[in-house]
Ligand binder design. Structure first.
Ligand SMILES: [Zn+2]
Length: 145
C-alpha cells in the first residue's frame, strides 16, 4: 500500500528562487499551496508573484484540501533522461483540483495500468535525498474497482 510508507524521490529536485520559496517551504510542512487573487477572485497554479488572470500582485496563499481527479495522463514506458531512467514505467499527468486549478504531477498507483481519466487521487509528498519534499498524487484506496 503506497499510503503507509515514505515515498522516496529519486528524480530531479527543483531549484528554489525567492518567488517560489514559500511554495517549496510549505511542501516541507506537508502543505500544497495554490494562490487566490484578492482582486479578481481567480485561483492559480504554479506559484508566482502576480495573478496570471489580471496581473494584480494582491494574491494570497490557499492550501489545497488534497483531493483531485486525473484530468489526463501518460504512461511513460521509457525515459532516456538520466534523471528518470531508473524509474522504469511511470505515470505522469494532469490532476484537476476542486480549488480550480490543474497540476502537472507524477501519479502513483499500486497498479498504474488501472489509472483512467477521472480516477480520484490524493496529495502525497515524496522525500528527496536533500530533504526537500516533492508533491505528487496517489490513487486513492478503493478508487479503482
Ligand atoms: Zn487577479
Amino acid at each position: 500500500m503506497i499510503g503507509t510508507k515514505e515515498i522516496v524521490w529519486t528524480g530531479p529536485v527543483p531549484s528554489t528562487v525567492v518567488e517560489t520559496k514559500p511554495f517549496w517551504d510549505a511542501c516541507n510542512r506537508g502543505i500544497f499551496l495554490v494562490q487566490r487573487c484578492r482582486d479578481c477572485g481567480e485561483t492559480q497554479y504554479h506559484y508566482r508573484g502576480f495573478c496570471c488572470h489580471c496581473w494584480s500582485d494582491a494574491i494570497e496563499d490557499l492550501a489545497i484540501e488534497g483531493a483531485g481527479k486525473v484530468w489526463t495522463f501518460s504512461r511513460v514506458l521509457v525515459n532516456r533522461s538520466p534523471q528518470f531512467a531508473q524509474w522504469g514505467v511511470y505515470v505522469t499527468g494532469v490532476v484537476e483540483l476542486p480549488e480550480g486549478v490543474k497540476v502537472i504531477s507524477r501519479i502513483l498507483a499500486e497498479n498504474p495500468e488501472t489509472i483512467q481519466i477521472g480516477t480520484p487521487v490524493r496529495l502525497a509528498f515524496a522525500r528527496a535525498e536533500s530533504g526537500q519534499k516533492i508533491p505528487l498524487f496517489v490513487v486513492q484506496e478503493g478508487a479503482i474497482g
